[in-house]
Write a protein of this length. Structure first.
Ligand SMILES: [Zn+2]
Length: 429
C-alpha cells in the first residue's frame, strides 16, 4: 500500500501555463488553446495509491477497475496507458502523486447554472419552519430576465470554477429561467460557450405571463422558441410534474425537440408519482432525472432500457424531502448517475463529493457505486464514452485526492479532498 505523507503535501507542481489552462477548462474543447490541443508530450502520473479507471477489465476487476500502486500516462489530451507504477512506459515528463488516490473527473450531468439572483430567504424560511410565499422558480425567472448577458456569464463562470476546483471536469447545464424566446436563446448561447452539454429547458414551468393559457405556452416551446434555441443545444428537457407539464404536454415537447435533432432527457417523478419515467423510456431519453417516486413498473421499464436514472440528492437535502431509493434501482439493474442539480432554489451545491457522501449515507449506495455513478454514470447519462473513465483513448480528465482511496469521498464528508484537477491532459487547478 502506498504511503500518504503525515503532513498535507503540496500538490504536484502545475504546468506553468496553468492559468491559461484554467481559462481553457471553462471553454468547450473546440475553443481550447491550440498549444494544448496540439501537444503530444507524454506525462506519467506515478505513485498513485489507488486509481479508479472504471474499466472492469483492469485491476481488481470490479466495476471501478481499481489499480493499487498505479500510474497513468497522458499523451496530449488523452489517456495513453494505465497500470501498475512499476510497469509504466518511459515518458517525457513525470509527476509524483505522492500516494494520493486518482479518480476520473466528475461528470455532473444535471445543473441549472444560467441564472441571476439569489433565494437565501426562501431557503432560510424553509429550514426555519416558516412559511414563505415568494415565487420559487418565478423569482429566479424575474431576476434572470433582468440581468445583462455579462452578468449571466460572470455568474455561470463563477460556479463553473467552483465546480472545477471540486473535481468536476464535465458539466451539463440548462436554460429554463428565461421562458421567453429571446431569454431562453440567450441562456443557451451563453452556456454553449462553456460546455458542449447544453439543454433546452423552455418547459421548466409555465411562466406567469402564460398562466391563463398553458397550451399557448406549449405551442411556443415547441415552435418559435424551439427554433431559436435548437442551434445552441444538444438536449431537450421538460419538468414533467403536477403543476408543471403533464405527460401529454411533455410528450409533445420532447417529440418536437427530437424532430429538430435534440435528444431528450426528463425531470421525472421528483415530487410525486407520474408519467415522466415511462415517457423517458418510451422516447429513449438519455436520462430520467430525480426518480424519487417510482412504481415497480417504472423501475422495470428503466432496467430494460438504455435510459439512465440520474439521482440528485442535493435537492432532497435542501428541501428536506424523501430520498430516492438508489438501492432499489441498482438491485434491479438500472444504470444510476449521481449529479448536483446545482440551482439557486432547491439544490445550491456544486459539490459532487457532497452528493457522493449523501448517496452513501442516505440512499444506500456503496462508496464504490457512488463514485462510479458520479463519473462513469454521469458519462452514460450524457451518452459519452470519452469521459468518466481513465482508459486509453479517453480524455485525460482526472482528480487527485488528498487521501489514499476514493472511499474517503464518503468517509470524510465535507472535507475538501480534491487537491488537483487535470482536464484534457493539463493541470487546471
Ligand atoms: Zn433540475
Amino acid at each position: 500500500m502506498a504511503r500518504i505523507p503525515g503532513r498535507t503535501p503540496e500538490p504536484p507542481s502545475p504546468d506553468p501555463t496553468a492559468d491559461q489552462a484554467t481559462k481553457d477548462a471553462m471553454s468547450s474543447p473546440s475553443t481550447a488553446s491550440p498549444a494544448h490541443s496540439a501537444s503530444t508530450a507524454s506525462t506519467v502520473i506515478t505513485n498513485i495509491a489507488a486509481l479508479v479507471t472504471n474499466d472492469p477489465s483492469l485491476g481488481d476487476r470490479s466495476p471501478l477497475g481499481l489499480i493499487q500502486d498505479a500510474a497513468v500516462v497522458i499523451e496530449g489530451d488523452r489517456v495513453a496507458w494505465t497500470g501498475e507504477s512499476s510497469k509504466a512506459p518511459a515518458t517525457d515528463n513525470r509527476v509524483d502523486a505522492e500516494g494520493r488516490a486518482v479518480i476520473p473527473g466528475f461528470v455532473d450531468s444535471h445543473s441549472h447554472l444560467v441564472f441571476a439572483g439569489d433565494r437565501t430567504q426562501e431557503f432560510n424560511a424553509r429550514m426555519s419552519g416558516r412559511s414563505y410565499t415568494a415565487g420559487g422558480i418565478r423569482t429566479t425567472v424575474a431576476a434572470t430576465r433582468a440581468a445583462t448577458d455579462a452578468q449571466l456569464e460572470a455568474n455561470l463562470t463563477h460556479y463553473l470554477t467552483e465546480a472545477l476546483r471540486q473535481g468536476t471536469t464535465t458539466f451539463e447545464t440548462k436554460s429554463g429561467y428565461g421562458l421567453t424566446v429571446a431569454d431562453e436563446a440567450r441562456a443557451l448561447r451563453i452556456a454553449a460557450r462553456h460546455t458542449d452539454e447544453v439543454t433546452y429547458l423552455g418547459a421548466h414551468i409555465v411562466p406567469p405571463d402564460h398562466a391563463d393559457d398553458p397550451a399557448a405556452y406549449v405551442a411556443l416551446v415547441t415552435g418559435e422558441m424551439l427554433d431559436a434555441c435548437a442551434p445552441y443545444a444538444r438536449w431537450i428537457d421538460v419538468f414533467c410534474e403536477q403543476g408543471a407539464f403533464d405527460g401529454d404536454q411533455a410528450r409533445a415537447i420532447l417529440t418536437a425537440g427530437k424532430a429538430k435533432g435534440l435528444h431528450p432527457r426528463v425531470h421525472a417523478n421528483q415530487l410525486s408519482y407520474g408519467p415522466g419515467v415511462q415517457l423517458a423510456v418510451e422516447l429513449d431519453a438519455a436520462s430520467a432525472d430525480h426518480c424519487t417516486h417510482l412504481t415497480d413498473d417504472d423501475i422495470e421499464a428503466l432496467a430494460n432500457s438504455s435510459t439512465v436514472a440520474t439521482l440528485l440528492p442535493g435537492a432532497e437535502f435542501s428541501t428536506r424531502a424523501e430520498w430516492p431509493d438508489a438501492r432499489r434501482l441498482l438491485d434491479a439493474g438500472v444504470t444510476v448517475a449521481l449529479s448536483t442539480d446545482c440551482n439557486p432554489g432547491s439544490s445550491f451545491t456544486s459539490s459532487v463529493p457532497f452528493c457522493i457522501a449523501l448517496a452513501v449515507r442516505d440512499m444506500r449506495m456503496t462508496p464504490d457505486e457512488a463514485v462510479w455513478s458520479a463519473t462513469a454514470g454521469g458519462a452514460a447519462a450524457l451518452r459519452r464514452t470519452d469521459i468518466g473513465r481513465l482508459t486509453p483513448g479517453a480524455y485525460a480528465d482526472l482528480a487527485l485526492l488528498d487521501a489514499p482511496s476514493h472511499v474517503h469521498l464518503a468517509y470524510r464528508p465535507g472535507v475538501p479532498l480534491v487537491s488537483q484537477v487535470w482536464r484534457r491532459g493539463v493541470p487546471v487547478t
